[in-house]
Write a protein that binds this ligand. Structure first.
Ligand code: COS
Length: 388
């Protein structure tokens, strides 16, 4: 049967094959256990480091592979076929690294990117706080300029790889009176004075990924840890999210594909009323929708990621679309997969119950899907205003 041809280069095809192999050989065998124990997937992070995958999006001069958003999407899609908790741990490293890549000075890039690319040090991104989720400009963590250093106070919440990562790119207020324009980005390192880790969350899904508070208690960091300019922090966060969101869409594609494969396999071998349930039109139509929606999601993510890599400017709307559609589809397809497996689907003996639990986070993190719709809606409003 002909598959959609996305005309991947030889190098891109290699990334797909390598990450699929890691998903099948390393991730799938341990995913249920890590989901149960909530253990951080260090072993797999080492495998990904050995395969040079942490450097996928980092330029060659800093030891990376020089890929773009598209290559990153190809990799996380295949890893997500195995487990999205483990993939999120990997993807969070790009989210944390993008601010340095996009806004770091030459010195900062030279200092941090080679270790990040080699997978020697994990990096995490800290924006969210207890009172500032969707309303990202509402953060309260504050950084004060004290001459030769900065002093940071506040708490970041739900930070992926919190406690495990060694480098953190965080956003803090340097002038609250200026709202979004009063935020500034900083690099904080594990071990910095006054920087510690708080509550580790217990979650519905995504259990092999660590989600933890970052606590800044008179945390002192050197002056040169500022990222970009003072007051540029909100823009840095938004530009980072714009670049990262297609990756979340790609994780949704990988997860939907995994759930679809499980559902088709099961429907072909499950006998009821004397025949495999796939011979019933009710099941066939569900599978047909699941397959079509998964392929449509893939095509959307790939097209938008390539558009971004081709040098698009102001791609927030596209990036939001690339996150929104595939993640809503991943939720639907995993739910339908559980339905097709019926009672077995609800049991932990089959992987689809974990897939459905995991899928929910995709509609929430890196900006809820309601926020993605806002971003798209506001962009449409602007576009059409300019046309008149
Ligand atoms: N790229 C560059 N600049 C951007 C931007 C983007 N994608 N989005 C907004 N900005 C700029 C605006 O142009 C504006 O600049 P000016 O002050 O110069 O006009 C400034 O940032 C503030 O923008 P806006 O008024 O739209 O900000 P809001 O407070 O209304 O927030 C949303 C906008 C809701 C889109 C933002 O808060 C958001 O993305 N929230 C979700 C956060 C999120 O994803 N959290 C997940 C946790 S991180 S894993």
């Amino acid at each position: 049967m002909t598959k959609v041809n996305y005309f991947l280069t030889e190098e891109q095809q290699m990334i797909v094959e390598l990450t699929r192999q890691i998903a099948e050989e390393k991730i799938i065998p341990v995913r249920a256990e890590l989901d149960e124990t909530e253990e951080f997937p260090w072993g797999i992070m080492k495998d990904l480091a050995q395969a040079d995958l942490f450097g996928l999006y980092i330029p060659e001069e800093y030891g990376g592979l020089g890929g773009g958003c598209f290559e990153n999407c190809l990799a996380v899609e295949q890893l997500a076929y195995g487990c999205i908790a483990i993939t999120t741990t990997f993807a969070a490293s790009a989210l944390g690294g993008y601010p340095i890549l996009l806004f770091g000075t030459d010195e900062q890039k030279a200092k941090y990117l080679p270790d990040i690319a080699a997978g020697k040090r994990l990096v995490a991104f800290g924006l969210t706080e207890a009172e500032a989720g969707s309303d990202a400009a509402g953060i309260r963590t504050a950084a004060i300029d004290e001459g030769d250093h900065w002093v940071i106070n506040g708490t970041k919440q739900w930070i992926t790889s919190g406690g495990e990562a060694e480098i953190y790119t965080i956003i803090a207020m340097t002038d609250r009176s200026k709202g979004a324009r009063g935020a500034t980005a900083f690099i904080v390192e594990k071990g910095d004075e006054g920087f510690s880790f708080g509550k580790k969350e217990r979650k519905m899904g995504l259990r092999a990924s660590s989600t933890r508070e970052l606590v800044f208690n008179d945390c002192r960091i050197p002056k040169d840890r500022i990222l970009g300019r003072r007051g540029q922090g909100f823009i840095i966060a938004m530009r980072t999210l714009d670049l990262a969101r297609p990756g979340i869409g790609a994780i949704g594609v990988g997860l939907a594909q995994a759930a679809l494969d499980e559902a088709v396999r099961y429907a072909r071998q499950r006998i009821q009323f004397g025949q495999p349930i796939i011979s019933f039109q009710a099941i066939q139509h569900m599978l047909a929708d699941m397959a079509t929606q998964t392929e449509a999601s893939r095509a959307l993510v790939y097209a938008i990621a390539k558009t971004i890599d081709a040098g698009a400017k102001n791609f927030s709307k596209l990036s939001a679309m690339a996150k929104l559609f595939p993640t809503d589809i991943a939720m639907k397809v995993t739910t339908d997969a559980v339905q097709i497996l019926g009672g077995y689907g609800y049991m932990k003996d089959y992987p689809v119950e974990k897939m459905m639990r995991d899928a929910k986070i995709l509609q929430i993190y890196e900006g809820t899907n309601q926020i993605q719709r806002n971003v798209i809606g506001q962009a449409l409003n602007k576009e059409y205003a300019n046309k008149q």
